[in-house]
Design a protein around this ligand. Structure first.
Ligand code: NAP
Length: 215
């Protein structure tokens, strides 16, 4: 499947591109800067320019799947959280609806439904992500929403824990590697039972394939 990845140049997005390619898909990297192209083409991706604060139809054309792995990050102010993580995500979803990219996998975050489970500094971010998630749930797309805990750059373990609500969150207890998150995002495309599922995930003991089958 041709799958467009928003946030393709990100730490998680790059792993997603590699794993999509390994799984036999055709990854399309949506990037804002063509200087990123050589590195992402080396991962097997076709690169297309797209900025979530502008129309993104060019990046989505002919794609039948989409992964949203973008985010404004912690270095920008709260207005960028609204512009990118909320409104940018919603516009990307709408473009996928319009252009028939029907299989959509969202990288969301743990605790978005109940911000009080996390530190106050993240409440604004959680609320923005929750609005985007609800938009996706109502979009009619074949969606999966993956809500990981704090992301780390350790090598993947291949095992996770999942649940609807994994309790009050802390870095010590609610982290997960970006590689395991990327593996889950990509494996969702092969597991039809993950359609219309929304779940949290952190490091754990269950092999990813078993955890997804049990959703
Ligand atoms: N960090 C955590 O602990 C954590 C926990 C749970 C969930 N998450 C979610 O996981 C996501 C991915 O995390 P990560 O660490 O892999 O992210 P990252 O490395 O910060 O990458 C984010 C990507 O989003 C892209 N982006 C930002 N604004 C954009 C725009 N207007 N249009 C198009 N692309 C845009 C960036 O593009 P450029 O390369 O051009 O800057 C970058 O490639 C986060 O954004 C967050 O929502 C994070």
């Amino acid at each position: 499947m041709k799958v467009v990845v928003a946030g393709a140049n990100g730490l998680t997005g790059r792993i997603v591109l590699r794993l999509l390619k390994e799984a036999g898909h055709q990854p399309v990297a949506m990037i804002r800067d063509f200087a990123q192209r050589d590195a992402l083409e080396a991962l097997g991706a076709e690169c297309r320019i797209g900025d979530l604060e502008k129309p993104v139809g060019y990046a989505v054309r002919e794609c039948r799947g989409a992964v949203f792995a973008a985010g404004s990050g912690s270095k920008t102010g709260p207005e960028k959280t609204i512009d990118v993580d909320q409104n940018g995500a919603m516009a990307f979803i709408e473009t996928c609806v319009r252009m028939n990219a029907r299989r959509f996998v969202m990288l969301s975050s743990i605790a978005v439904d109940k911000p009080e489970r996390g530190p106050e500094s993240l409440h604004h971010y959680f609320r923005a992500k929750a609005i985007a998630d609800r938009h996706l749930q109502a979009s009619g797309l074949n969606y999966t929403i993956v809500r990981p805990g704090f992301l780390t750059n350790e090598p993947g373990t291949g095992t996770i824990a999942t649940g609807d609500d994994l309790g009050p969150i802390a870095k010590e207890t609610h982290s997960v590697t970006r590689e395991d998150v990327a593996r889950v995002l990509v494996d969702c495309f092969a597991q039809d039972n993950t359609v219309e599922k929304t779940f949290e995930m952190i490091a754990g003991e269950t092999p990813i394939a078993d955890a997804l089958k049990a959703l």
